[in-house]
Design a protein around this ligand. Structure first.
Ligand code: FES
Length: 164
């Protein structure tokens, strides 16, 4: 389940903590697995638990607490739109609905070509910039008007060589 290269990356994270506190690296290990495999499978959770000498349920608690860990396979581009109240007041919900309609998916759905998953998310800490979204848990985009959302989808499709 874990390659030697993955274990080397784990070891570098574990080394950041005092001896005997290897469990502190659990979030970093989950991120590494997700980066490499696209999601955190139950098997991966067990392998991490084993590597860090943790109970599997303790790893599961971390995976399910934070929504940046994917508990199922998603599209290559995970698009999260904030729909918490401050964003709702400035078109957060309509941005989500526009994106879903443009891509032909429901909230939480993945396009048939596996390119996009769209889902609402909780506050991203940039309420004044609404509508706000996050791409692949790393890149935050602000003031996402319908035009900007269309442009984002078009740019990704063009980079991926996929027509609309
Ligand atoms: S409510 Fe959307 S970023 Fe805070």
């Amino acid at each position: 389940m874990l390659s030697d290269a993955t274990k080397e990356r784990f070891a570098r994270e574990v080394a950041k903590y005092p001896a005997g506190h290897q469990q502190s690296a659990v979030m970093a290990c989950l991120s590494i697995v997700q980066q490499e495999q696209g999601w955190v499978s139950p098997e991966a959770e067990e392998a991490i638990a084993d590597y860090l000498s943790m109970a599997p349920i303790a790893v599961r608690e971390v995976t399910t607490f934070y929504n940046m860990y994917n508990q199922r396979r998603l599209g290559k581009y995970k698009l999260n739109v904030c729909t918490n109240l401050p964003c709702q007041l400035r078109d957060g919900q309509s941005a989500l609905e526009h994106l879903c309609k443009a891509l032909g998916v429901e909230d939480g759905g993945t396009t048939a070509d596996g390119l996009f998953t769209v889902a609402k998310c909780e506050c991203l800490g940039a309420c004044a910039d609404a509508p706000v979204m996050l791409v692949n848990d790393r890149q935050m985009l602000s003031y996402m008007s319908k035009d900007k959302l269309n442009e984002l989808v078009a740019v990704i499709r063009s980079e991926e060589g996929k027509a609309a």
